[in-house]
Design a protein around this ligand. Sequence first.
Ligand code: MF3
Ligand code: CO
Ligand code: CO
Length: 289
Amino acid sequence: MYKIGRNDRCWCGSGKKYKVCHEKSDEGNMAKYVLEGYTIPDRSLILDPDRIEGIRKSSKVSIAIMDAIGEMIGEGVSTDEIDQLVYKMTKEAGGIPAPLNYEGFPKSCCTSINDVICHGIPDDTRLKNGDIINVDVTTILDGYYSDMSRMYLIGDVAQEAKDLCERTKEMMFAGINAIKPYTPVAEIGNVIHDIADKYHYGVVRALSGHGVGIGFHLEPVVNHYRSKKKSMILVPGMVLTVEPMINMGNFECDILDDDWTVVTRDGSLSAQWEHTVVVTETGVEILTI
Ligand code: MF3
Ligand code: CO
Ligand code: CO
């Protein structure tokens, strides 16, 4: 096995010698990965503790908003009313709702009901008994982004729909727990896909998780499906989302004429959960919890 020289420049691009930079933490593994064809993260993706603290503060706002939605949501509530709550709470906290005007998106959060996979646009639609809905909130606070989503159940929800929501959460946590420093990011999708197969669910492929924190959608791409491709290696200080979209039917999707709303092609229900996490020296820490 090739080993990087102690006096060589570090793989991370710091310009420092390897021995005074990442030698201790990665035990020479990075050089092996480079030779095997994996992607090494750009230095800009490795955040220092101050910036991680900024994302943690932003996350606190996102969490408070999600909790407040849990209190007000129910049968008869419109998705516009949810959107207004997100806007108001974000502003009161001194933040900016990242979705608003993002690439032309017209509202402050995404509200995705039943067969809507993601990017549903809040409007005057009122929630009905038995609906399942994902609300996705991204807060920018002092320039730091935190991105999270949860499922909410409206009234009496069919057991199979409840199961879908619960198991999608289980898959998100399994994906998160697969994160360790010096592990390829594709491991997340491998773990999630194995569980989805067990339940005969479809794993959405067209949309992915992403690096986040000092921007909205950064590297790496976090796929939730199985892949043997040589992906990016995760290292301490990287911040990313894990946000599996899981369909009761197959994985295929369509985009509606509004150019945003993503729906299941077969009309089956879809669920999603999302957290923002940071890779640590020993594993992973969830910031939006
Ligand atoms: N919050 C979504 C994500 O998890 C992105 C929404 S983009 C928007 O990445 F424009 F639709 F808001
Ligand atoms: Co996201
Ligand atoms: Co999101």
